[in-house]
Design a protein around this ligand. Structure first.
Ligand code: DOR
Ligand code: ZN
Ligand code: ZN
Length: 331
């Protein structure tokens, strides 16, 4: 079969390392059917759903159930298993059994495992099972009721802020623990300039660490939040122009290897509430590639080929799954 691709880009399917499908338990926000269709619309062929559903995906049985639910989906679904039972931060899940059932990574996304000893035990086990740990970096005790970036905009709106240190403190902790345990650590939705700085140093130091940036974090700054509109509310929040600049520099110099969405839909009524009350989360599956072209390729920060590396080649390598290339015989 000959396809005329004159004037077009031809690339391997995009892999989104970070989405929320909401099924089971929150089908009014999204279902596996709607979420996987959104991904397909965005040029994505594989997605990794996070385990913060109801019930939490915290056992081999839940992984298998998710794979059965997703068997007719238009994209490959590569599940991520929870680190602790019920994401309660106490008792470790059966990591080996979840991997055996098809989990490609582990994550407590939505929060960090705050008990450092519990987390270190999980990292040792993940290293032993050769499965990557995807870290949502947020020191819960430092959040202090914050709902958006601690900056001028929060002051203007009279809302409590989330400082950069909320993220940075856990990025530092997790890098040090990755160094100690030898696990592969993947840092989710990095949003601060110091995260980029620490990842750059850790890589030079030989730590097995990778990191993702989400389109909303490089396409927008807190200055663009148009009043009290919860569509601008996500976690981590939209940051300052200096943070955005560091994230883009990190993408350009290879420090930040992946672009993933953190596609996190909620119900319309929930997002109609004020920023103070609404849940954190923004959708991204359908728009990630276009936003990346607009904000990274057309601005000359990344070449089209580098963008494919961030959205396909590197994600495949981070997960150790085939794909991400257009070589003969590759999927
Ligand atoms: O904005 C977010 N939404 N950040 C998270 O960490 C969780 C996610 C969700 O599940 O809604
Ligand atoms: Zn998260
Ligand atoms: Zn997430």
């Amino acid at each position: 079969q000959v396809i005329d691709a004159t004037g077009k880009y031809v690339m391997p399917g995009l892999i989104d390392l970070h989405v929320h499908l909401r099924e089971p338990g929150f089908e009014y926000k999204e279902t596996i059917e709607t979420g996987t269709k959104a991904a397909a619309h965005g040029g994505v062929t594989s997605i990794c759903p996070m385990p913060n559903t109801k019930p939490v995906i915290d056992s081999a049985e839940r992984i298998k159930d998710l794979l059965i639910r997703a068997k007719d989906a238009p994209v490959h679904v590569l599940p991520i298993g929870a680190v602790t039972i019920g994401q309660e931060g106490k008792e470790l899940t059966d990591i080996a059994a979840m991997k055996e059932a098809g989990a490609v990574a582990l994550s407590e996304d939505g929060k960090s495992v705050m008990d450092t000893l519990v987390f270190r035990k999980a990292l040792w086990k993940a290293a032993e099972c050769n499965i990557p740990m995807f870290s949502h970096c947020e020191d819960k005790s430092l959040v202090d009721g914050g709902v958006m970036n601690a900056g001028a905009k929060a002051k203007e709106l009279g809302l409590p802020g989330i400082t950069n240190a909320v993220e940075d403190v856990i990025v530092a902790r997790d890098i040090l623990l990755a160094k100690e345990t030898g696990v592969h650590l993947h840092l989710c939705h990095c949003s601060t300039k110091d995260s980029v700085k620490m990842i750059r140093i850790a890589k030079k130091d030989g730590v097995s660490v990778s990191a993702e940036v989400c389109p909303h974090h490089f396409a927008m700054t807190e200055d663009e939040i148009a009043g009290d509109d919860a569509n601008y509310k996500m976690n981590p929040p939209l940051r300052s122009a200096a943070d955005v600049e560091a994230l883009v520099d990190g993408l350009a110099d290879g420090t930040m290897e992946a672009i993933s969405t953190d596609h996190a839909p909620h119900g319309e009524e929930e997002k109609k509430q004020s920023i103070a009350k609404a849940p954190f989360g923004i959708v991204g599956s359908e728009t990630a590639y276009a936003l990346s072209v607009t904000h990274l390729v057309k601005t000359g920060k990344l070449t089209p080929l580098q963008l494919v590396e961030k959205m396909s080649t590197n994600p495949c390598r981070i997960l150790s799954v085939p794909g991400g290339t257009l070589s003969v015989g590759a999927p």
